[in-house]
Design a protein around this ligand. Structure first.
Ligand SMILES: Nc1ncnc2c1ncn2[C@@H]1O[C@H](COP(=O)(O)OP(=O)(O)OP(=O)(O)O)[C@@H](O)[C@H]1O
Ligand SMILES: [Mg+2]
Length: 250
């Protein structure tokens, strides 16, 4: 395929600094993700989790540091270039297009990566993963429940066949049943070999399924390593509680 060596990470973030105007949000974040891994990022509100995903996806420009993806330095690339190159971000708060149908939302996810014929072929597989999207295929996305919109947002990320799927708090605001469904889905994606970088407020669950984990604190990496070791090093309960956010959207 390219100049990637067997053991090189698919994503390598090195000493990343990101600021909002004068306010520095990331103070030298380094992290890596290898092909086929599920890597979780945990941390309390404001720790910099969403900021790092947005910077990796090209939505925010880093002040300094570098991002390598599939063997290429992609620092400063635009979101659409990165999408085309195989990166998908399912943003916090889903951000589907409410007035567009489920089908149109999915087609937008495939845009630039894809031929129409393959889209049709893939739909059948998608409908197995996301039966609700088959039922609602011609309905406006905004008419779906919160959990269904989250499924649509994940499906939209997946349909581009990304080499790296990043998800920002996919279980946020969902009822316990829906949270279970989202985690089952993530497990299924992992078993299919999809490389995933996951930000989750539900640290306990995220650590159960992760191959490796990072704990962020105040824009820095406080811990990096095996999830089971992290559970012993930090008070997961406080991370969990600290990460809890506002009410149910369903
Ligand atoms: N648009 C913005 N303008 C200014 N500061 C921002 C902006 N977005 C985030 N920040 C700040 O950057 C820091 C990191 O925010 P970020 O959203 O990355 O945190 P997070 O870990 O995703 O938190 P949460 O768990 O609440 O989603 C915080 O101090 C936050 O207040
Ligand atoms: Mg966030």
């Amino acid at each position: 395929m390219s100049n990637i060596t067997e053991n090189a990470p698919i994503l390598q973030v090195t000493d990343l600094y990101v600021a909002y105007g004068p306010i520095l949000a990331l103070h030298g974040i380094s992290l890596e993700v290898h092909k086929g891994e599920l890597v979780s990022i945990c941390g309390v509100n404001g720790a910099g989790k969403s900021t790092v995903l947005k910077a990796i996806a090209g939505v925010l420009k880093p002040r300094s540091g570098s991002i390598r993806f599939k063997g290429k330095d992609v620092t400063g690339w635009k979101p659409e270039q990165l999408h085309k190159h195989g990166m998908a971000l399912v943003p916090e708060g889903r951000e589907i297009f409410p007035s567009l149908t489920v089908e149109e939302n999915l087609r937008l996810g495939a845009f630039g990566r894809y031929q129409a014929r393959r889209f049709a072929e893939d739909l059948e597989d998608f409908f197995t993963l996301f039966p609700i999207l088959k039922e609602r295929y011609h309905q406006a996305g905004g008419l779906l429940s919160g959990g269904e919109q989250q499924m649509l947002a994940i499906a939209r990320g997946l349909i581009s066949h990304p080499d790296l799927l990043m998800m920002d708090e996919p279980s946020l605001g969902l009822s316990p049943n829906r949270v279970d469904q989202i985690f089952e889905l993530i497990m299924e994606l992992k078993s299919r070999g999809i490389t995933i970088l996951l930000v989750e407020q539900n640290a306990q669950r995220a650590l159960e399924i992760a191959d490796r984990a990072y704990l962020f604190s105040n824009g820095r990496v406080e811990y990096a390593g095996r999830p089971q070791d992290m559970a012993g090093k930090v008070d997961i309960t406080s991370v969990y509680l600290g990460g809890q956010k506002g009410g149910d959207v369903e």
